[in-house]
Design a protein around this ligand. Structure first.
Ligand SMILES: *Cc1c(COP(=O)(O)O)cnc(C)c1O
Length: 428
């Protein structure tokens, strides 16, 4: 499926039209054939059509997933029926316990988590804060928090804030920007003074897919705990939290789960830690018997102790739809399509873009790659602006990355093909 044919040769044969290339590279017809053979193609219909003729391809679902048709109906129903007629009675008729119910469904569909360990709450940033503080408190006397220099900014800031707050030190893992933390690099950075390690399972920039099981085992060998950020893996890769014996995990629901802008996050706490973890934001909803309005804070049982305030009922509506879709399709089929899409992106980037100063800033081996591909280019920022203007919605990540998100449920092979071709046209 690979070739060295450049886009110049390609364009010469097609006179600027999107037609068959001469040889080698996957052609538009072949991409359409992949769509016809794609068992996930029918699920694209579940998404609201993009009502903007200026958009050629949406390749930023890893920043904000496209909305589901069902969510439009469900939000209206919530407004008119559940909220509109049940009013405050809604709290005792299901809203109050929905964070755990939905957490369980999410755990089963996408996290490899048995029931009772996942709750929907807050934002990722707040969930990370709670999990990291709780983990630090479980390892008193140990002074170091380990994370990697290429972790998402909010993760790094939360770690720095907690270290400042608790008088701990941050130990920074220096990782390859086009890759991420390996079991070996983590093992080399941890020891008896490590309280916890926090890492992204799929790196937001490079899409590097970390070996959750081996890293978790390495961290446990020195007696430390691990907090995984799943923002870029939930709904795109087969996460196995229980199997990996992960301690804590958090992630957002508005990327591959299509929960909607600002939809609430989730927090996973391994059952073995229930009753022993203490998160720092003591609120009435995380208290045993919240409606007793009693004096003093006593944490609720189980993962409920991770909650703080009123459940985000409106925000959970879209999340529930995204979770149901993942459950219906199955995470292994979703992952298989993510691999196929990103392989196509890499193939076309090699063939058409490498001659114009682009290099792959994601792992070449799909076994180590999530559902996006990042291309490095010296003029990535201005190119991204041009691309967005030309209807190819991708995003820029400093210092020089163009991220191409391949949301498996909403992206077609021909979408991706057209977008890559447009990038090549703009670049040469
Ligand atoms: C998207 C993302 C976040 C976002 O955090 P919010 O609190 O939802 O804004 C955090 N961490 C990673 C790794 C992300 O990719």
């Amino acid at each position: 499926m690979t070739t060295t044919a450049s886009i110049t040769e390609y364009a010469a044969t097609t006179r600027g039209h999107l037609e068959q290339p001469r040889t080698g590279v996957t052609a538009l017809d072949d991409a359409s054939e992949l769509d016809r053979a794609d068992p996930l193609a029918p699920f694209r219909e579940r998404f609201l059509p993009i009502d903007d003729p200026g958009i050629l391809a949406y390749l930023d679902g890893n920043s904000l997933g496209r909305p589901l048709r069902r969510t439009a109906a469900r939000l209206t129903e919530l407004l008119t029926v559940e909220w509109g007629t049940r009013l405050v009675r809604g709290w005792s008729e299901g809203w109050m316990t929905e964070p755990e119910r939905l957490g369980d469904r999410l755990g089963a569909a996408a996290l490899g988590a048995a029931p009772g360990q996942t709750i929907i709450a807050d934002q990722t940033t707040v969930c990370l804060y709670k999990a990291i503080r709780a983990a630090a408190a479980m390892r008193p006397g140990r002074r170091e928090i380990v994370t990697d220099v290429h972790n998402f900014p909010t993760d790094r800031y939360v770690v720095e804030g907690i270290a400042a707050e608790l008088g701990m030190a941050v130990r920074w893992l220096e990782t390859d920007p086009a890759a991420g933390p390996t079991p070996e690099s983590v093992a080399a950075a941890i020891g008896p003074d490590t309280a916890l390690v926090t890492l992204s399972h799929v790196a937001y920039s490079s899409a590097f897919l970390a070996d959750m099981r081996a890293i978790t085992a390495a961290v446990h060998r020195v007696g430390a705990l691990v907090v995984w950020d799943l923002c870029h893996s939930v709904g795109s890769v087969d996460v196995r939290l229980d199997e990996a014996q992960a301690d804590f995990a958090a992630g957002c629901t508005y990327k591959y789960l299509s929960g909607g802008p600002g939809a609430p996050a989730f927090l996973y706490v391994r059952r073995a830690h229930h009753g022993r973890f203490h998160q720092p934001i003591w609120g009435w909803v995380g208290r045993a018997s919240p409606f007793a309005m009693a004096d003093g804070y006593r944490p609720a049982e189980g993962v409920r102790a991770a909650a703080s305030g009123t459940p985000p009922v409106v925000g959970m509506t879209g999340v529930a739809d995204g979770v149901e879709l993942v459950a219906e399709v199955g995470i292994s089929r979703i992952r298989a399509k993510a691999v196929a899409l990103t392989e196509l992106a890499v193939e076309l980037a090699d063939a058409w873009l490498a001659p114009y100063g682009f290099s792959l800033a994601s792992p070449r081996d799909p076994a180590h790659r999530g559902a996006h591909v990042t291309l490095a280019h010296a003029e990535a920022e201005s190119l991204t602006a041009k691309l967005v203007k030309a209807g190819v919605i991708v995003d820029f990540r400093p210092p020089d990355g163009i991220r191409i998100g391949c949301s498996p449920l909403s992206t077609s092979y021909s979408d991706l093909w057209r977008a890559m071709y447009r990038i090549a046209e703009l670049a040469h």
